[in-house]
Design a protein around this ligand. Sequence first.
Ligand code: ADP
Ligand code: MG
Length: 284
Amino acid sequence: MPIRFKTLSYIYNKDMPYAHKALDHVDLEIKEGIITAIIGETGSGKSTLVEHLNALLLPSEGSLEILDYNIVAGQKQKFLKPLRKDVGLVFQFSEYQLFEESVIKDVAFGPLNFGFAPEEALKRAASALKLVKINEEFFNVSPLELSGGQKRRVAIAGIIACDPKIIVLDEPTAGLDPKGAREIIDLFISLNKELGKTIIIVSHDNEMVYNYCDETVVLSHGKIVYHGPTTDLFDDKEKLKEFNMLEPQIVTFRNELIDKGFKLSKDARTLKLIAREIAGQVKR
Ligand SMILES: Nc1ncnc2c1ncn2[C@@H]1O[C@H](COP(=O)(O)OP(=O)(O)O)[C@@H](O)[C@H]1O
Ligand SMILES: [Mg+2]
């Protein structure tokens, strides 16, 4: 069942003189089982949108259907706990929320909170840490002793340990070095491809979005201005101009090769695949 925003609006400081409509009549269906990117300029409403997915924010108008939950503006929500177990939200700069004295305790906090017995919570924490490639030698150190990339992976492990069906990441690679960013990207790809999780990722990194996200949503001033296959967006020069976005380097490269007479299939959209296809067309 897709995630459905139904004419949903969100107003910060509602009924106050400085009220601000951050989401404006959003109608949106996000498919389960795929990777969807949410992009748009700073202040366009990306964080506000994704913070509705686990009911951290409740709609001012309209409603949201997610899994078996229906969140309606003005109605009291009775299912916040199970919803938050099923929909894991990794905040921007999530590492600021690490607070326990050790890495393993921090990651076990979520499962404990959702009612797992201590032993089971620790077991889940250990396997989540393994998945995010944090070695056992770090389990009992303070999260403060880790590198930026490691801290962020520990924060993500805290979400994974609760075994959510949907994982939402708000700018998970912001501020990381290229290697740290790469590790996070590999992680959410494997969560999708190997564990079948629905992934929703807010990002400014259009190269990453182009390479790995199946669908893309573009927000502008609280409204959806594009939603569809990622490649359809980034292959469309008019749209890129309209949304003030740069063409991904790989698209430029691909188009130049096609202009020079190379035949490239629709699927050849990574360096590796393009290299493979042109290798078969050049004479030694
Ligand atoms: N707590 C808040 N109170 C008032 N306005 C806010 C608050 N958080 C965000 N906004 C405003 O709502 C709009 C959307 O913000 P946000 O969802 O954080 O955008 P993005 O994540 O795309 O940068 C912006 O204009 C922002 O200034
Ligand atoms: Mg944001």
